[in-house]
Design a protein around this ligand. Structure first.
Ligand code: AMP
Length: 246
């Protein structure tokens, strides 16, 4: 990074790159599991050309690798707990360094989930990616609706796809063919943590951290934009775009 900024200062030909870096945007979702952050992110990627960093997906990819790290993560996820801050922050930092092209808006899906994660992330941005604007999008939805959604949710079993579907009519996300992914035709399965007991644990874990996170974001001056997600995905997405002015 230091070399890059040195080149920018010495070579006026880098002006365009400097400008694009100044326009770098990060969007953080603060949302309980099942609120639809994954589906909204997918629409941002397809329709707005944004890119996504989902720590849930990073965790599942590590589990898939079967490494020692993957086994620790697997144990935490199956028991409905959060993975430790150290492991998550290390995975996020690695992702940012492996994906250095920062021209597109990056959506953080499921991260930061705790104040120590948020503080570590803010420190990383300040030190290593200083030209960023962070906006926080808070998705609002009732617990009853969340439980209904999560226990009706199906996910594509192909790790490179992971498209999310719902068996609820109102969602507008029913697969065209039963238990088959519309995109890659792989089998749809229920995630091991989308059962009623684990869902209740995940929600109480989430609320424990939500208020502290909102207070932290306000304290560092990141704007918080609220989006009500108790309607169909298309309507939610329209509201999302208009509130973010994109
Ligand atoms: P998600 O796909 O975002 O619902 O995440 C699934 C599971 O991965 C969570 O229930 C946690 O166990 C773990 N996980 C994902 N992101 C984080 C995070 N930022 N901090 C801690 N654990 C996480």
């Amino acid at each position: 990074m230091k070399d890059f900024y040195l080149q920018v200062e010495l070579n006026p030909g880098f002006k365009g790159m400097t400008e694009s870096r100044q326009q770098q945007d990060i969007v953080i979702f603060i949302a309980p599991p099942g609120a639809g952050k994954g589906s909204i992110s997918q629409k941002c990627i397809k329709e707005l050309g944004w890119e996504q960093l989902s720590t849930g997906n990073l965790c599942r990819k590590n589990i898939e690798k079967g490494s020692e790290l993957g086994q620790k993560i697997d144990f935490a996820i199956k028991s409905g707990r959060l993975v430790s801050d150290d492991l998550i922050v290390a995975m996020v930092r690695e992702w940012f360094h492996e994906n250095p092209d920062r021209d597109r808006t990056v959506i953080l899906d499921g991260f930061p989930r705790t104040v120590p994660q948020a503080m570590a992330f803010k420190a990383m941005l300040t030190a290593e990616f200083p030209l960023t604007r962070v906006r926080v999008v808070q998705l609002k939805v009732s617990d009853e609706e969340l439980i209904r959604r999560l226990t009706s949710r199906l996910t594509c079993s192909n790790k490179d796809c992971q498209q999310v579907y719902s068996l609820l009519e109102s969602s507008g996300m029913i697969p065209k063919v039963d238990l088959e992914c519309d995109i890659c035709k792989s089998k749809l399965t229920q995630r091991s943590d989308d059962n009623i007991t684990t869902v209740r644990d995940r929600l109480s874990n989430y609320y424990r951290h939500e208020e502290d996170l909102l207070n932290y974001y306000s304290s560092v001056g990141w704007s918080i934009i609220q989006v009500n997600v108790e309607s169909s995905l298309d309507k939610v997405f329209d509201q999302f775009k208009s509130k973010l002015d994109v």
